[in-house]
Design a protein around this ligand. Structure first.
Ligand code: BES
Ligand code: ZN
Length: 458
């Protein structure tokens, strides 16, 4: 319901700027720089030198999730938040680091198969014995009830592993043997996914074709056995810093600003995403002494590079009430590369939302109107999936150092950091300042602007 309120505020602003509602003469120049602008006290305090220093410290080493490098980053971030006066929480969670294949084997009519058997990543541990049924590529059309209670022999190719396994599971198969596709050698392939609880193994094409031949001549009883397989988990951490609103002015709303602090293994991740963390820390510092009527939450997530694991964990840990009260999540990921393109705001569905509305208006006020586009691939996704307006602030096209060892501090532009810091700071303050909406129609507030969809290449 708070979201509605904000949208209404914004709509009122739009109505003013489009002349639908009366505005005082000469007052409505939202995009002009003004020394008296209400948000100058925030914007003027933002200092990219501070962001740069954070990046310099964080990017001394890779911060792959679950490693000592990440943990040191987490400690640094927590200490900084606390030094600004924030109540800070470290939230641990597990993620999948790898898969231990254990040992898998097949037997045919009681004789152990002597070729190499590969365990599908994600396979459950089990031993099953049943008639073998060949189901071709295991498309929906090919798989019939005939496979019920049997072990499915499947050819690799054309449709994803997920669909093949699901199609035979849906028809009651109890085990899977998959052989390689035409023109492919070896047997190191295959995945099962969450909920596909079936032992699944891979063999070479040659071995698969032999089994088909045998099946053509007679019924075959097979066993599939997988033991000792399982995911290897690691522990990563989110860092969350909260600032309560002014007690007399609490409107129940929450605004979030996030970044991910983990990096890939083979690079120090100066831009991806120590830059976002640097900006989050600087915004937290500036906002620490700024009264608001809105709760502020600054978060850095772990294991983003392992599949947005930290942000899924955090978003999943929010209560329904918190979800209702969070009016927006600003995600800062790769916001400082001197070699990347211009700023853009990406949403998972390619639609505008409250975050992009405020971001574009603040952009117009600070430097340039920011366009929006469609992309997932970062920590805004889990918030979006819970129905929270969320957007990823990033420069595109990307720099060539992305995910490599050369994503280092020397490629970081203080100008880019300053611009993003000011834009996100102004947008967050516009939502969180205690006098909203009293200042909404004043000449100093950034009014809504028109901004375009940009199908920009990455
Ligand atoms: N910073 C990137 C996201 C990104 C990459 C945005 C390229 C725009 C263009 C992020 O850290 C990343 O690499 N994400 C992963 C997502 C995945 C592990 C779910 C990616 O895109 O591969
Ligand atoms: Zn990133």
């Amino acid at each position: 319901m708070y979201r509605k309120t904000l949208t209404a505020i914004l709509a009122a602003g739009l109505a003013v700027s489009s002349g639908i509602l009366p505005a005082e003469a000469g007052n409505n120049a939202p995009n002009e720089q003004s020394d008296h602008a209400f948000d100058n006290k925030v914007i003027k305090k933002i200092d990219s030198e501070n962001m740069y220093e954070h990046i310099e410290v964080l990017a001394q080493q890779p911060r792959e999730a679950g490693t000592e490098g990440e943990w040191q980053g987490v400690q640094y971030i927590k200490e900084k938040f606390e030094s600004y006066g924030y109540e800070t929480e470290i939230q641990p969670f597990e993620f999948n680091k790898g898969f231990e294949p254990g040992t898998s084997s097949i037997s045919v009519d009681g004789n152990e198969f002597d070729g190499d058997v590969h365990t599908f990543t994600g396979s459950v541990n089990a031993e099953v014995e049943a008639p073998l049924a060949y189901v071709g590529l295991a498309s929906e059309e090919e798989v019939s009830e005939e496979v019920d209670g049997k072990i499915a022999l499947i050819e690799r190719g054309q449709i994803p592993f997920y669909n093949k396994i699901q199609n035979v599971l849906d028809k009651g198969a109890i085990g899977v043997i998959m052989f390689n596709g035409e023109g492919s050698t070896g047997n190191q392939f295959g995945y099962t996914y969450d909920g596909q609880d079936i032992p699944a193994v891979a063999i070479t094409r040659e071995a698969g074709l032999e089994l088909i031949e045998r099946l053509a001549a007679e019924d075959v009883i097979a066993t599939v056995s997988v033991e000792g397989a399982g995911y290897i988990t690691g522990t990563s951490h989110n860092v969350i810093a909260k600032k309560a609103p002014h007690p007399n002015k609490d409107n129940g709303q929450i605004v979030m600003v996030g970044a991910h602090h983990d990096s890939v293994s083979n690079g120090p991740g100066a831009n991806d995403d120590a830059s976002g963390v640097g900006a989050v820390l600087e915004l937290a510092k500036v906002m620490a002494n700024t009264p608001t009527d809105t709760e502020l939450r600054f978060a850095t997530y772990g294991a983003e590079e392992k599949g947005l694991v930290g942000s899924y964990h955090y978003a999943g840990s929010l209560s329904e009430e918190e979800v209702d009260n969070i009016v927006g999540h600003f995600q800062l990921d790769m916001v400082g590369s001197r070699d990347a393109g211009e700023l853009i705001m990406f949403t998972p569905d390619g639609e505008k939302n409250l975050v992009t509305d405020y971001g574009s208006a603040a952009g117009a006020r600070v430097s340039e109107t920011v366009p929006y586009g469609q992309l997932g691939r970062s920590d805004h996704v889990p918030f979006f999936k819970r129905g929270i307006p969320a957007a990823l602030f990033i420069h595109a096209p990307l720099e060539p150092w992305y995910h490599g060892p050369e994503d280092t501090i020397d490629k970081i532009s203080k100008e880019k950091l300053q611009d993003v810091g000011e834009i996100v700071g102004a947008a967050v303050y516009q939502i969180a300042r205690p006098d909203t909406p009293a200042l909404e129609n004043a000449n100093v507030a950034p009014g809504p602007v028109e901004y375009d969809f940009d199908d920009r290449p990455l």
